[in-house]
Design a protein around this ligand. Structure first.
Ligand code: KG4
Ligand code: ZN
Length: 338
């Protein structure tokens, strides 16, 4: 079965073709960084307009690269939420219409389920059950995953998501958008001993997160110590360490509570090398197996949507004919797949 995946929940258009025998046949991305960077963040209306302009050509290009014709597709998967409504509607309208025109089933995919299943695209895929740390620009969650669609959210952020905290701190440090990679790069030049930032919500029980205070802490440190390049690098380092350490503490706690033997990391912040390294070390010490997708499948992409869509289409699920998208969509509302 060959499924095309279409992702347009935010500022990136991703398209991919997944083949149940051959794996990922092609994937392509149209990034809008150049458009939004001058505004220091995503402008929703500009994101939707760019998707309108580029999605159909991107689909043609990807199907071409996969060595297929449109008529050889067996299903269409598109992100239907959560995300920016205008951006989502472009992908949903194009995806649902394409399926109708091709007379194949369509499936509306939950963006975070896409992220969560991305590690299953790898040759060494994790078995169920596992603990998932989902860290993106819009979400920070710890999820117990017993099978596809059986998700128990154990903890989530009470304010900013981890990626959002990276983006806002980057802005304060005078770095571009998206902030995560820029802060990580600057942190490489930071002095590890200069500043120590707090680890929010780690000294009380529970698995929830809070990252907005860290951004404020970074701003205050900046005001107190000046904004020369070395100080900014030292702040970037201390900020990243605080985020990584906090995520590690909560993962460890969740593993201890649940006894789950596997941990997967997914979402844009999962591309962060410091996080990957620390969680990798934790895995070696604890015996917990840690999985993460390659960095390009951590950030938004069409491959994870094609894959998640295939798992649901294979189980006989499909989307109705009307075109719909959801800004908010709790993961525990998803139907399970046996
Ligand atoms: O999953 P994603 O591509 O989009 C959402 O679903 O939100 O995540 C984007 C987020 C952004 O906040 C970006 O700054 C962050 O992931 N990010 C990173 C890195 N690469 C992307 N954060 C830290 N380190 C990185 N290397
Ligand atoms: Zn995402």
């Amino acid at each position: 079965m060959r499924v095309i995946g279409i992702e347009t929940s935010c500022d990136e258009a991703g398209v991919a073709v997944y083949d149940s025998h051959g794996g990922l046949l092609a994937h392509a991305l149209r990034s809008q960084v150049g458009i939004h960077t001058q505004f220091g963040g995503v402008v929703p209306e500009l994101a939707s307009r760019d998707h309108v302009r580029h999605l159909v050509p991107l689909i043609r290009e990807t199907v071409d690269r996969a060595g297929l014709r449109l008529g050889e597709l067996d299903g269409v998967a598109y992100t239907a939420g959560p995300g920016l409504i205008g951006a989502l509607l472009v992908g949903a309208a194009v995806g649902r219409s394409l399926a109708w025109a091709l007379k194949v089933p369509a499936i509306a995919v939950h963006h975070m389920e896409g992220h969560l299943l991305a590690p299953l695209l790898e040759a060494e895929a994790p078995d169920f059950p596992f603990l998932a740390l989902l860290v993106s620009g819009g979400h920070t969650m710890l999820v117990r995953v017993d099978r596809i669609g059986a998700y128990e959210v154990l903890g989530e952020t009470r304010d900013d998501a981890a990626g959002e905290a990276f983006d806002k701190t980057a802005k304060q440090l005078g770095l571009g958008y998206p902030g995560g990679p820029a802060v990580a790069e600057l942190a490489r030049h930071g002095n590890p001993r200069r500043f120590h930032f707090p680890r929010p919500m780690t000294n009380r029980p529970g698995l929830d997160f809070s990252f907005s205070g860290l951004k404020t802490y970074a701003v205050n440190t900046l005001h107190e110590h000046g904004a020369d390049r070395q100080t900014r690098a030292d702040i970037a380092y201390a900020f990243q360490e605080a985020v990584v350490d906090t995520l590690l503490i909560k993962c460890r706690r969740a593993i201890e509570h649940t006894g789950l033997p596997r941990l997967i990391i997914a979402g844009g912040v999962g591309a962060n090398q410091a996080l990957r390294q620390r969680l990798g070390e934790y895995g070696l010490q604890s015996g917990v197996r840690v999985y993460y997708p390659p960095p390009e499948l951590c950030t938004d992409n069409g491959a994870m949507i094609a894959y998640a869509g295939w798992r649901r289409l294979r189980a006989g699920q499909h989307a109705p004919l009307e075109i719909g998208a959801r800004v908010r969509w709790p993961m525990d509302e998803l139907p399970s797949v046996e």
